[in-house]
Design a binder for this molecule. Structure first.
Ligand code: NDP
Length: 417
């Protein structure tokens, strides 16, 4: 039986048998524990309850020669099916190759109304050693771990004076670490300049861009009705369109983030930080562009390249507080930040591939609506034992709420007889 045809319990058992999941982690997933009331109340303010989403798995994503099982949390049907399908296609041609840059986060400390910015910049530049000492005293534990403030550059955007602090947060995402260092640096420089800083905080923009590439043999792209070379040519054309049409680029990028956001959320990382960084990068040339582009090679094959910054960590933040984030970290094999970044970028690329191949072939609705039927069944009031039957009957009629409700009523009438 195929993985997607199994029950959730059988899927967990299969993963334990293959060594991808420990028996203890499988038990945690089966119990689906919520947060304890104390943890839930400590994580956010005005806590009322807990909001549950399904956790699934994109299968067999080959990245840099290794195969990953990628945990994803999403409410959208078809995202995980598409990711697994994209991963399968990529694996047929050797998988995805990813290059990461060293994980660094930038803090910015900005002053307004500095009368002589040239003199101020010279003063700051002359006192770099003092700034290093201030940063180390503000966050000694990150220095002990081998990270901390690396460089300070001074610039004058608009009317402002700005210090950009490059920080090595080691295995953490780094927002709090950078903010602590930035505020200490702001206080020290504020004293030197005789005025407080306007702002001291990290930026979610990042020059540390992760690059994922895949080259697919055209024949592997064929759908039931369209040959592989035609699909490759159409995917190339869709990519060209996204490069000159912002309407298409936005949705193209949304499809990429369908996968990345779901895997970021499952990992316990900050989805908003990753989204903000990705969208800023999409527009970094001044024009909003597709994060992934696809080109046909001279042999008619297809090469895709995705570039985006990924501000994530494997410790700290909510990762350590959420019990399921510990399980997904082990299941995903996220041993370090570079591995997590590589998996996320590869996932985004194959997610995009699956969406573009559907657009280039049967269209997006064929697959979507088949899976959407189950959501529609639930919306129509189908109980656990009725969902599959209602979804099956919906395949033969227009998929709308009225038909779904009629089928639920029909089923119950049949059962009552
Ligand atoms: P933390 O504040 O949790 O700091 C990292 C923690 O991990 C520290 O407690 C550190 O311990 C511990 N740690 C253990 N091992 C390591 C290691 N090898 N390397 C580094 N740290 C280690 O998290 P971050 O600074 O990463 O901040 C992330 C959080 O900040 C997220 O929850 C995010 O949502 C939030 N945030 C995001 C913002 C944004 O994106 N704009 C703004 C503000 C907050 P020790 O102290 O002993 O070193």
């Amino acid at each position: 039986m195929k993985f997607y045809q199994m029950s959730a319990a059988a899927r967990r058992a299969a993963l334990v048998e293959s060594g991808a999941l420990t028996a203890a982690d499988a038990a945690v997933l089966a119990a689906a524990p919520g947060l304890t009331p104390a943890v839930a109340d400590s994580l956010i303010e005005n806590q009322l309850g807990q909001f549950t989403l399904p956790l699934g798995l994109a299968r067999d994503l080959r990245v840099n020669g290794r195969v990953y099982q990628v945990p994803m949390v999403t409410e959208e049907p078809s995202v995980i099916a598409a990711a697994s399908n994209g991963a399968r296609l990529a694996a047929l041609s050797g998988g995805v190759h990813v290059e990461t840059r060293p994980h660094r986060v930038t803090g910015e400390v900005v002053f307004d109304g500095v009368a002589d910015r040239t003199a101020a910049a010279a003063l700051i530049t002359a006192r770099m050693a003092d700034l290093q000492a201030v940063a180390a005293a503000a966050h000694p534990s990150i220095v002990r771990r081998g990270g901390g403030l690396e460089t300070v550059t001074v610039s004058t955007p608009g009317r402002f004076l700005k210090l950009s602090l490059q920080v090595d947060p080691q295995a953490a995402m780094g927002a709090n670490i950078v903010n602590t260092i930035a505020e200490a640096v702001a206080a020290a420089v504020g004293q030197w300049l005789g005025q407080p800083a306007l702002v001291a905080i990290l930026t979610n923009a990042s020059p540390q861009v992760t690059t994922a590439t895949v080259t697919l043999t055209a024949a592997t792209l064929a759908t039931r009705d369209v040959d592989g070379e035609t699909i490759a040519a159409r995917i190339g054309a869709l990519s060209d369109l996204a490069e000159c049409d912002v309407d298409r680029a936005v949705t193209h990028n949304k499809g990429i983030m369908n996968g990345i956001d779901a895997a970021v959320l499952a990992s316990g990382n900050d989805t908003r930080a990753v989204e903000a960084g990705a969208q800023a990068y999409a527009a970094h040339t001044g024009i909003y562009r597709p994060l992934a582009v696809w080109r046909q090679t001279t042999q008619g094959d297809l090469t895709g390249t995705l570039r985006l910054p990924l501000q994530v960590g494997v410790v700290g933040g909510a990762i350590s507080a959420l019990p399921l984030a510990q399980v997904t970290k082990r299941l995903g094999g996220y041993t370090d930040v570079a591995t997590l970044q590589a998996v996320l970028a590869a996932l985004g690329l194959v997610q995009n591939l699956a969406a573009l191949r559907a657009l280039a072939g049967p269209g997006i609705q064929a697959g979507h609506m088949a899976l959407q039927a189950r959501s529609l069944a639930i919306a129509a009031g189908a109980r656990d034992t009725e969902i599959a039957a209602v979804a099956a009957r919906l395949q033969a009629v227009p998929k709308d709420l009225a038909h779904a409700q009629a089928i639920v009523a029909e089923l119950r009438k049949d059962d009552a007889q």
